[in-house]
Structures are given as C-alpha cells and as structure tokens.
Design a protein around this ligand. Structure first.
Ligand SMILES: [Zn+2]
Length: 235
C-alpha cells in the first residue's frame, strides 16, 4: 500500500507543495517508535519515487530543459535524504549501529545539498537541524574522525559533467547542471601527505572503528563484534 505521495504531481512545484503540505505527517515516520512494517513500506515508496524522478530528469534533459531537470534533481536529492534517514531508523531498531551511522551521514549530506538548493522549501530548510538533533540524541559523541590529505596533480582531476580537466572547465563542484551534480573524479593520487584526527571531518563516515580500549565508540562493544559493517545495504 502506497503511503507517500508518488506519481501524483506533474511539475516540481506540485511536488514541493505536496511534501510541504504533508511534512508533519512525513516526519512521524522518521522516528524510533513508528512501526517497522510501515517504515519498510514508506522506504519502498521512496525508492519508487526516486526512480520516477530519475525518469523525469531524463525526460527533461531529452527535451533540452536543463532548468527543469535541475528542479527534479533537487526533489530527488530531498527524497534521498528522507530515505537515508528512514533507513537509519530501521538500522537502529535492528541494532546495526555502523549501518545506522552511515545512513545518517548520507541523510545529512543530502539534506545539506537540499537546504542549499531549496531556500524557499521549508522541509529542506528544517531537515539539517532535525538531523543535528538526531545525531546528538541517537549517537554517542565521537571525539575523533580521520581526515586524509592527499596530493593530486591538476591534470589527474576531471569534471564529472564535461569530463574535462576540472581546473580548466567552468563547472563548480556541488552545483547542478541539467540534472547532474558536478563533482571531481580523481584518476591518480600522487601521495598521501597526512592522516590526522579531527573533530570536524569532511566525511563523518571516516570514524574510529576501534577506540583505545578496543571497543567500538558507537556501541561500547568489542570492536570486532560491535559493528555490523558486513551487513550493509546500499543506499
Ligand atoms: Zn566541467
């Protein structure tokens, strides 16, 4: 049974109106106690919606409507944030701490993009703060993350939009171009200049898996049994 809006909008504006209208209702699912069965149903709905939005992006690109493709992409990234958070709650309930953390990191990354792209869409503006609250309440504080500094030659970094050398093209990482998010593709790392412990990492997935006491900082259990890394699902 579909429980979330799907395939009932014709334009990105309709999509955003519908989600804004249903936002309080949607947030009920993004909680610890909401039933696992309904969470799984909603996750299926969001999966389907993400695929429908991918088709809408392709259709817009095919007709030369880059701006329309960008709007659909913003909608898709917002739904990806909701789906990642939903999977986080499911993983917490199933006792998969490491998977829950990685889902949280995905949700936060997508939420930050959505908030930057959608200044007038209230749910996208609320989501980063909601996730900060979730992090504070649901996960123990992790004082250290790993950060790696690498040395890469300019001509080993390519733009994912135009495939040119990134330093020589006009695209900017994190911006949208005809429904695609620009990023850098690195083909060769010359060397790793530094690995350091930081409290504000570029990527929170780079967490310490085994603390000085031999325990996983997320669970307090001995590190080898404490996380469920192998029981991963792709987002
Ligand atoms: Zn480019």
């Amino acid at each position: 049974m579909a429980t979330e809006p799907s395939n009932v909008f014709n334009t990105p504006a309709e999509f955003f109106q519908l989600f804004a209208h249903n936002w309080r209702h949607i947030q009920k699912r993004l909680t610890a106690t909401w039933s696992a069965r309904q969470k799984a149903e909603v996750a299926d709905d969001y999966d389907r919606l993400i695929n429908e939005l991918a088709s809408a992006i392709d259709a817009a690109v095919a007709t030369g409507s880059g701006d329309l493709a960008n709007e659909w992409k913003k909608a898709q990234v917002f739904v990806r944030s909701l789906l990642a958070e939903l999977r986080m709650w499911i993983a917490i309930k199933d006792n998969y701490a490491d998977l829950a953390w990685r889902c949280f990191c995905d949700a936060e990354d997508y939420a930050r993009m959505s908030a930057r792209w959608l200044p007038d869409f209230m749910p996208a503006q609320e989501q980063p703060q909601r996730l900060r609250d979730v992090e504070r309440v649901c996960f123990p504080s992790q004082p250290f993350f790993l950060s790696t500094a690498t040395i890469v030659a300019e001509d080993d970094m390519f733009c994912t939009v135009c495939n040119q050398i990134y330093a020589e093209c006009e695209h900017i990482v994190g911006n949208l171009y005809s429904g695609r998010i620009a990023s850098r593709r690195i083909t060769h790392i010359k060397s790793i200049s530094e690995i350091s412990f930081v409290d504000e990492p570029a990527d929170k997935r780079c967490r310490v898996l085994r603390g000085p006491d031999g325990h996983d900082p997320l669970t307090g259990e001995p590190a080898q049994q404490g996380n469920a890394l192998e029981q991963n699902d792709e987002i």
